[in-house]
Design a protein around this ligand. Structure first.
Ligand code: SF4
Length: 119
């Protein structure tokens, strides 16, 4: 009984998501992002207790912008050279003064230097 109190009733827990399952559809600044469960790294599959997690777009590899040229970013993204604030080795975009939270881990970067000027 004590163990059940600590870990909860397994019948009450939501089922473990499978790779490819939909986590959430997020609409932000006129764009739609379909976030699915998966693994960021192949080796993550083989770690102990590995479970698929919500995979967010890699905006460093494939930038995406609002119609106004504002970059989409994730809270967990590595900071760029325009980081605003006190930065250390664990800092990410979420810690930057230019980070504007959207929904879940999706947001936008309000740094004027990162804004895409019309093509
Ligand atoms: S300026 Fe934008 S992209 Fe750069 S660290 Fe700050 S929030 Fe991230």
């Amino acid at each position: 009984m004590f163990t059940t109190m600590l870990v909860g009733d397994p019948k009450q827990r939501p089922p473990t998501p499978k790779e490819g399952d939909l986590f959430k559809i997020i609409e932000l600044c006129g764009k739609t992002f379909e976030i699915r469960y998966g693994f960021y790294e192949e080796r993550d599959r083989y770690t102990r207790y590995a479970e698929p997690i919500a995979i967010y777009p890699d905006f460093t590899a494939q930038p995406a912008y609002t119609d106004d040229g504002i970059p989409f970013i994730t809270a967990i993204q590595s900071p760029c050279k325009n980081f605003d604030g006190k930065q250390d080795e664990n800092s990410c975009c979420e810690d930057c003064g230019y980070y504007l939270h959207g929904e879940e881990l999706l947001g936008t970067c309000t740094c004027p230097k990162n804004k895409k000027i019309g093509e």
